[in-house]
Every structure is written in structure tokens, then in C-alpha cells.
Design a protein around this ligand. Sequence first.
Ligand code: NAY
Length: 293
Amino acid sequence: LNKFKGVFIAMNSCYDEQGEVSPERAKKLARHYADIGVKGLYLAGSTGEGMLQSVEERKQILQAVMEEVRGELIVIAHIGAASTRDCVELTVHAESVGADAISAVPSIYYRISEKGVEEHWQAIIDSSSLPFIMYHIPATTGFHLSKDLLGKLAKQDKVIGVKITTDSTYELQQFKRIGGEDFILFNGPDEQYVAGLIMGAEAGIGGTYGVMPELFMKIEQCFAEGKIAEAQHWQIKVNEIITELVAFPSLYGASKLILKLRGIDTGIPRMPISPIPESDYSKIEALNHKILH
Ligand code: NAY
């Protein structure tokens, strides 16, 4: 399970000038992260705009990324979608192109009972031999994963961990306690990576990592060496940047523009996620400068 410990970038979406998914641009972005030496990538999650893409488009992007970094980076494919059927199709595809693991939010839009979410996830788990990572993000799904359900699913060998995006490091610690030693907690809120690590997370998956992977790798390294004050110092720097990033009309639009300034064009976010107006470009440039210095 060591292969899942470390910094995972929730990769931004990649579109061309017409707004179509761009496998070429996705390869270039994945290559950029492989050269930096992060642990892995999390594809088609919130940051990757998977919910705004068709099953076919999601397959194209995953396949392109696997072609580029297979064997070099650990690739977790987020295959969550509203319908169980689509999730299963994406899972079977993910296994066929060599993804290292899959992950899914509970089904979205319909209010599903706890039993329903269990059955949804179980159908996904049963459709491949890939490791499965639950994605707990109640703010966007409206579903609050209980300790009971987590404990029940965590007993299965294929269920290797949970990505937890809540502000509670108490909940994170409780999940870790229930999951046990071999159960991996992926920290979700980038703003509290250090706090998550201290309370039991062994990995992080984050959207803002994409514009500052080195800073998150520094946090991880300091923590591993027991230099907590230094880890906290970098977290505070990171948090200043995140505070500015989330003040733009969209976090994803801002991140994509920063990548563009660095020579990696990923297009603009898909509607309804707002693009960044030109009047904000100078602020983006200043923020890019701040990150790099
Ligand atoms: C994903 O699926 O894209 C992620 O794992 C990223 C989780 C992010 N949450 C959302 C809603 O985008 O990285 C966080 C988030 O961007 C960050 O903490 C800034 O608030």
C-alpha cells in the first residue's frame, strides 16, 4: 500500500480551444507532474470536472494519461457518476487501460439511502479487481458517510482507503481508527494537509496542488522528518495562496490560467464553472509570481 502514500494531484480538466477534451493537453500536463516527481494523479474528480464530461470523454482522457505516465505515476481514476451503470463502464475501462485504482463519490442528484450508496459502491467494487477508494465530500454530494458504512466496506481487501474532504480532522482520525493500520486516509482539504497528516492521513489528494506541487511535497517531507514547525510554515504559505485562489470567480479557472502562464494550456473550465475575466489577469500574474518566489 506504500504506493498510495504521498502527494496526489487532482488534475485539472484539459480542453482545446473549442472546449473539447484534449488528450494531447492532458498528456502534457501529466508529463509536467511526472517530471516534478509527485506520487500520482487523481483524474476526473472535482478539479478534473469529471461530472461535466461524458463517459466517452472521460475514457479518452484517462487513456491518454495512462499512455503518458503508466509505470511512472500512480493513477487513481475517479469514476463517480450519477448512474451506477456509467460508473461500472468507467471502472471496466479504467482496469483495461491500467489505472492503479478507482475512486467514487456516492451517486449524485438523487437522495440515496445509506443502503443505496452501499449497493452503488459495491457494484463498482465488484466490477473489477482494482483497489477502491471511497470519496467522502458531503458538501457537494449531500451524503454523509457514516462510520458504520465506512467500517463495513473497509473490511474488504479491495477497499484500500477513503478520500475525506471535510473540515473535521476528528472525523478523519475516527475513520482511520475504524479502517485500521492498512487503511489509507487521503486528506482532501488542501488547507489542512499538515493537520490531516498529524491526525492519521498518509496521503493527500488536492486540486490546488496542481499549481504548487513542490510546496505540498515540502510539507510531506518536513512531516516525514518530524519537522512539524517547518511543515506548518509551508502550510501557512500554501494557505495564503489558496485564500487568493478561491477568491477568483472559480478556483479551477484561476488554476488553469496559472498553468497557462507556465506554458501549459488546458483551456478554460466548462460551463457552469466560471472562466476568469480578463480584468483579473494581472491579479493572476501577481499570484503566479508569489507562488514561484
Ligand atoms: C478533486 O476531486 O478534485 C479533489 O480531490 C480536490 C479536492 C478539492 N475540493 C474541491 C471541492 O475542489 O483540493 C480541494 C480544494 O480545491 C482545496 O482544498 C481548496 O479549497
